[in-house]
Design a protein around this ligand. Structure first.
Ligand code: NAD
Length: 524
């Protein structure tokens, strides 16, 4: 890639900017600055940190339209998406965490079993240090900002490595933190490619929060293992949408289209496999066709629903998967080819007759493609949905809510929606993350704050010399310990207090004996 990122416009294919790539030395310097800022930021009260971060909300409100335009220029996505799915996430999460963080991050008293006689126990959290956040290009703002603010609330500082595909959004993040009242170095942004990301993992950071592909996630984890530092991996998905015979089919068709084509299908939670019960399959296909054909494709200035793919390789991946599916017997119901214009535009596509051995079924597509699979019943749909390397999200469509929840519980993934798609990822109150090859770790919700803290347990003993039945001396204690052991194991907790008291008495008697010994022999 050389020492510059060459940025092209996804709509026109024209070059629109150059961004210098940070060298490994620059990366180390950025981490050192973040470590310097950590000394200040981590010492501030949670309230002071939250007040400082509230500045982000005012700044996003003030410059929202400009930011939306620049994010859309970077990615090709409609302006509506830049406002709703990117910029809005930050005020939403800040508002939620302002109320939640004091409860989640403050020291809390926890239970201490009776056998520990009068001790007290607490759990508290402390920041990890400098967090490396490595983000992808599909939601370059949201997927950088939410981990960043979650880490900052917990008292950490951050070095962000945005995707080389979307450097303009990386600059927006840099500008935002320069505009608010936080110590210099609290958030550092280093532009660059995979080499820069690798240098960040190698540098003196305390945790890496990675969002991206499985292949890169493996490399990040291997590099982090050498140190070792904790890793959180938010990887790909292959969302399964299960449409039961009793579903509201019109809503399901609209949901499939928004869920599969939002951001041109470049969403880790995109609908990528639609399982439909055989008895309603034909009707659903009819409705789906109508909805897909109504979708408008175009650039951010064309008031379209769906933009181009964000960069050329993504267009090639989509094209290759569809060609392979076609040659293996899948049928194109709608779309199935590039748009005849400049830029990386591909027609919204519906594929039927999709089989599990096709790439479009096995691999993440990340494009405007809706593969539909006819199933005999819900059991077959659940079995097929789960029989996959990915486990990020899924959805169930039925008019019977109880049944919907029961089917949701059977799906092997991190988030499931009933009669809805994608929006759960925007709810700041619930945890987000995957299973299997979709990664591990959770953010959003309370988990999202805890993910960036170390836990510390504190236990406080009594301030008395002889209140420890199980300390030395052991002489004369065996019978009482055995009795306490049996009573405790039989759950006779109160009765166990008897032998525990007698053990303390043995301690006191031993002290008296010892004193006598000192008296007899002198203290010399
Ligand atoms: P990618 O793995 O190619 O790149 C992600 C980031 O890692 C980029 O910033 C890249 O520069 C960096 N990188 C590359 N090599 C690296 C290395 N050796 N060490 C450290 N960093 C390195 O992914 P992408 O194409 O940018 O993103 C698309 C993928 O992200 C899809 O698979 C998608 O499903 C996934 N994704 C997951 C979530 C989620 O929350 N689970 C959200 C969005 C996207």
């Amino acid at each position: 890639m050389g020492d510059m990122i060459i940025k092209t416009n996804p709509v026109t294919g024209e070059k629109i900017g150059e961004f210098p790539i940070s060298s490994p030395e620059h990366v180390s310097q950025a981490v050192a600055r973040a470590r310097g800022a950590f000394l200040l930021w981590s010492q501030m009260s949670l309230r002071t940190r939250m007040d400082a971060l509230a500045g982000l909300q005012s700044e996003i409100l003030r410059k929202g339209e400009e930011f939306a335009r620049r994010i859309s220029e970077d990615t090709g996505k409609p302006l509506v998406d830049s406002l709703l799915t990117e910029l809005m996430s930050v005020p939403l999460f800040l508002g939620h965490y302002r109320k939640l963080a004091p409860r989640v991050l403050s020291r809390r008293k926890v239970k201490t079993p009776l056998v520990f006689q009068g001790k007290k126990s607490y759990v508290e959290h402390f920041p990890m240090g400098v967090i490396g956040v490595i983000s992808p290009w599909n939601f370059p703002f949201q997927l950088s900002m939410i981990p960043i603010i979650s880490a900052l609330i917990g008292g950490n500082t951050v070095v962000l490595k945005p995707s080389e595909v979307t450097p303009i959004t990386g600059e927006i993040v840099r500008e935002l933190f320069a505009a608010i009242d936080v110590p210099e170095g609290t958030v550092e942004v280093i532009q660059g490619d995979g080499g820069t990301g690798a240098a960040l993992v190698e540098a003196d950071i305390d945790k890496v929060f990675f969002t991206g592909s499985v292949a890169t996630g493996r490399k990040v984890m291997a590099a982090a293992a050498k140190k070792p530092i904790p890793v959180e991996l938010e990887l790909g998905g292959k969302d399964a949408m299960i449409i039961c015979a009793d579903a509201n089919l019109k809503r399901a068709a609209k949901g499939a289209v928004w869920g599969g084509l939002l951001n041109c299908g470049q969403v880790c939670t995109s609908v990528e496999r639609i399982f439909v019960e055989a008895s309603v399959y034909d009707r659903f296909i009819e409705l789906l066709k109508v909805e897909v054909e109504a979708v408008r494709v175009g650039g951010p200035d064309e008031k379209a629903d769906v933009g181009p793919l964000t960069f050329p390789q993504q267009l090639e991946t989509v094209e290759a998967q569809i060609e392979q599916a076609k040659s293996a017997g899948a049928k194109v119901l709608v779309g199935g080819e590039r748009l005849d214009r400049k830029g990386q535009f591909y027609m919204p596509t519906v594929l039927t007759g999709v089989k599990p051995d096709m790439a479009v079924y096995r691999e993440e597509t990340f494009g405007p493609v809706l593969p539909v699979i006819k199933v005999a019943d819900v059991d077959e749909a659940v079995r097929m949905a789960n029989d996959h390397q990915y486990g990020l999200t899924g959805s169930v469509w039925t008019s019977d809510l109880k049944r919907g929840l029961a089917i949701a519980s059977r799906l092997e993934c991190g988030q499931v929606m009933v009669n809805d798609v994608i929006t759960s990822v925007g709810n700041p109150a619930i945890p987000f993350g995957g299973v299997k090859s979709s990664g591990f770790g959770r953010y959003h919700g309370p988990e999202g704050l805890l993910a960036f803290t170390n836990q510390k347990a504190i236990m406080v003993g009594k301030d008395k010399a002889n209140s420890e039945p199980f300390w030395f001396p052991y002489e004369k204690k065996y019978d009482e310990v055995l009795e306490a052991f049996r009573l405790l194991l039989n759950n006779h907790l109160l009765k166990a207090l008897g032998p525990l008291k007698r053990l303390n008495k043995i301690n006191r008697e031993a002290d008296v004996e010892r004193k006598k010994g000192f008296g007899a022999g002198g203290e010399s």
